[in-house]
Design a protein around this ligand. Structure first.
Ligand code: ADP
Ligand code: MG
Length: 235
């Protein structure tokens, strides 16, 4: 599905350069369900934005399928993004003055699909996330869990092969988080590759594998799970 090789990313902050991703190597196979964990500021969102072709990187390689994603034009980047990737965010990112149905239909609007057709398809996706009866409601009339379902339906409507979710349960209570993870698991079972950034061990435990970031570096699985008393004693 995707592969990063020695990816580095810097942010310019005033006259400084902040090294946010350091030689990141990772590979995600078709159909995997993967969690990305790490402390706040460790580079998780930066990594997800690069994977989602929302942001560029400074060196290394990012392969999405057979395509190297690097220095793409705005329109080429958008075209890969729309074709392959669906996004889910902690803060839902719904348009406040659009109904649930219109929010879900939005990607089809940008594809130029006629209103009647896109509303019909959006209705099917709302049904799939259990919100058929909420089609005409505004986000302000819905709970956090319902808003996240709308966002997930919107992410699915473009038939992505990859869902990137940045702390999708970060604003939800634990019961609602479980329901959202049930939905993401169901999506994964349909064959879509799912990557979830999370702080929550319970969320990560629902996935097949966890990639850990520390200060912009991928921490090897054995380093993350095993403590090193010898090293600690040496310092
Ligand atoms: P995480 O999602 O793991 O909390 P981020 O990827 O958001 O981490 O941020 C990683 C580091 O990069 C942090 O130190 C953050 O302050 C910095 N950073 C993120 N975005 C920007 C930006 N647009 N400009 C400058 N620094 C940024
Ligand atoms: Mg983040």
């Amino acid at each position: 599905m995707l592969r990063l090789s020695k990816v580095n990313k810097y942010y310019k902050v005033g006259t400084h350069s902040l090294h946010v991703l350091r030689d990141v190597d990772m590979e995600v196979a078709d159909g995997e369900f993967v969690a990305i964990m790490g402390a706040s500021g460790s580079g998780k969102s930066t990594l997800l934005n690069i994977l989602g072709i929302l942001d560029d990187y400074d060196s290394g390689e990012y392969w999405l399928g057979d395509t190297m994603i690097k220095d793409l034009s705005e329109s080429k980047g958008a075209s890969y993004r729309n074709k392959f990737i669906g996004f889910v965010f902690q803060s839902f990112n719904l348009l406040p003055f659009k109904t649930a149905l219109e929010n879900v239909a939005l990607p089809l609007y940008y594809q130029g699909v006629a209103r009647r057709k896109r509303n019909q398809i959006a209705g099917q996706y709302l049904e799939r996330v259990g919100l058929r009866d909420w089609a005409d409601h505004l986000p302000s009339e819905m709970s956090g869990g319902q808003k996240q379902r709308v966002a997930i339906a919107r992410a699915l409507i473009g038939k992505p092969r990859l869902i990137l979710a940045d702390e999708p349960t970060g604003a939800l209570d634990s019961e609602t988080s479980t329901q959202i993870m049930d939905l993401l698991s169901e999506i994964h079972r349909t064959g879509i590759t799912v990557l979830v950034v999370t702080h929550d061990q319970e969320v990560a435990a629902r996935t097949q594998r966890t990639i850990r970031l520390r200060d912009g570096k991928v921490v090897a699985a054995h380093e993350a799970s095993v403590s090193h008393p010898g090293m600690a004693a040496a310092t």
